[in-house]
Design a protein around this ligand. Structure first.
Ligand code: ACO
Ligand code: ZN
Length: 161
C-alpha cells in the first residue's frame, strides 16, 4: 500500500512505545541515551514526548523539556522549551511527519507551559533538519564549537513563541 494514503497519527508516547523509539533513535542519530533517560522523560514530561504512528507502527518521535533561563538572553526568569531529540524513519520522511511532531511540541510548550521561546542544537552539516527548523520559524542564534563527541560544531537555533 502507498504510504502517502495511510493515516498519520501523532500521540503522546507511552512506556510500551519505548523499544520502538529507542530503535528509531539508534537507526537515525549518533546521539543515544540510556533506557532510564527515556523512562524518566515519559514520567516527567509525558505531554512533551510524542510519537508518530502509521498503521500502528511507530515511525518517528520528538521530545522536549522545559528549562528556566534563556540560553541566548541569559534571562533567568524566562521559561524556555528545549527540543532534545527528533527523528523519523527514512522510509517515512518528506511527508510532513517531523513538522507535525514539532508542531505538537511547540503547541504544548506555549499553551500548557507558557514557554516564551524554544531552542535546540543541530549539527552544522544536518541540512534536512536545519531546513525543517527554519521552515518552522527557528533562526540560528549561535554556533557552538565542538559540541558533539566527534568534534562537529552545532548551531543553536531558537524560535520565539
Ligand atoms: N532536504 C532538504 N530539506 C528538507 C529535507 C531534506 N532531506 N528534509 C526535510 N526538509 C525540510 C523541507 O523544507 C521540508 O518541507 P518540504 O518537504 O515541503 O520541502 C520540511 O523540512 C519539513 O519536512 P518533514 O517532512 O516535516 O520532515 P521529515 O518528517 O522528513 O523529518 C528529519 C525531518 C526529522 C530531520 C528527518 O530527516 C530525520 O529523522 N533525520 C535524521 C535524524 C535527525 O537528523 N534529527 C534531527 C537532529 S537535531 C535534534 O534532534 C534537535
Ligand atoms: Zn539540546
Amino acid at each position: 500500500m502507498d504510504v502517502v494514503t495511510e493515516r498519520i497519527r501523532i500521540r503522546p508516547a507511552s512506556m510500551d512505545d519505548l523499544d520502538s523509539v529507542i530503535a528509531i533513535n539508534i537507526e537515525c542519530l549518533p546521539e543515544h541515551y540510556l533506557k532510564s533517560f527515556w523512562i524518566e522523560h515519559i514520567e516527567k514530561w509525558n505531554d512533551l514526548f510524542y510519537v508518530a504512528e502509521v498503521n500502528n507502527e511507530i515511525v518517528g518521535y520528538a521530545l522536549a523539556r522545559v528549562e528556566n533561563g534563556s540560553p541566548i538572553t541569559k534571562n533567568m526568569f524566562s521559561k524556555v522549551g528545549h527540543v532534545v531529540s527528533i527523528a523519523v524513519r527514512e522510509k517515512y520522511r518528506r511527508k510532513g511527519i517531523a513538522t507535525m511532531l514539532m508542531s505538537a511540541l511547540i503547541y504544548t510548550l506555549k499553551t500548557i507551559y507558557g514557554a516564551e521561546e524554544v531552542y535546540l542544537e543541530v549539527r552544522v552539516s544536518n541540512e534536512p533538519a536545519i531546513r525543517l527548523y527554519q521552515k518552522l520559524g527557528f533562526v540560528i542564534a549561535k554556533r557552538i564549537e565542538q559540541y558533539y563527541l566527534d568534534g562537529e560544531d552545532a548551531y543553536l537555533m531558537i524560535k520565539k513563541l
